[in-house]
Write a protein that binds this ligand. Sequence first.
Ligand code: SF4
Length: 201
Amino acid sequence: MNPEAHWHALDQDLADYLALKGLKPSCQAGCSACCFGWVSLSRLEGEALLPHLSPLQQARLLEEGPRRLALLREGKDDPHFPSRFFRSRTPCPLLEGGLCGVYPHRPLACRGLLTAKDPALCDPEAQTPKDHFLAVPWRMAHRRMEALWEEERRRYGFLVLGELVSLLYLLLMGFPQTREEAEERLKGLGVLGGRWGYQLV
Ligand code: SF4
C-alpha cells in the first residue's frame, strides 16, 4: 500500500474504533497545540506530501527547514529536546490560521494523535497527564507507519526517518538516492543518529 492508501485506511479505522467505543475526540478545527510538537516523518510519506505543497508552503519550508536542522544538530542528544522544542511554541510552517494547510495529506503521526479530554491540556505549558492522548489510535497509526517503513525499505533499500519540516526541506532540495550518499549528507549536516536525530535503517 502507498502512503495515500494508509492515510485513508487509518482515517476509516479510527472512525470505526471511535464509534465502537463511543469516543468523541475533543480535537477540533482551530485546535492546533499538537502542531507545535516535534513530528516524525519517513521519506515515503514526505514524498507523498510534497506534490501537494503550494509555492507559499514550499517557501515557508525552505525558510524553516535549515533552522530545524540547526536545532537538531545542537539538541539531538538532549533527552529533553522535544519538550524544550514544544515549549518554544514554534508552529509547523504548514499550519495556516490555526488549520492544517495540508489536512488531506497530513502524515500518519498527525492523524493518530487524538484526545477525548480537555484540549487545554495539550498546551505546551500544560501539565499534560500521561494518559491524555488516546493510546489505541496512536498504536493504529504506528502500525501503519511500520508498514510504510517496510515499503520504503523495499523500494529504496533503506529507510529514512526524520523530523517533518526538516525532512520535507531536504526532499525539496533533492535527497540523495543511495544509502551511502544519504549517510554522508546527514552526517555532514550533523543530524544523523543520537537520541532524536535522523535514522537510516
Ligand atoms: S502537517 Fe498539518 S497537522 Fe501535521 S503538524 Fe503540520 S500543520 Fe499540524
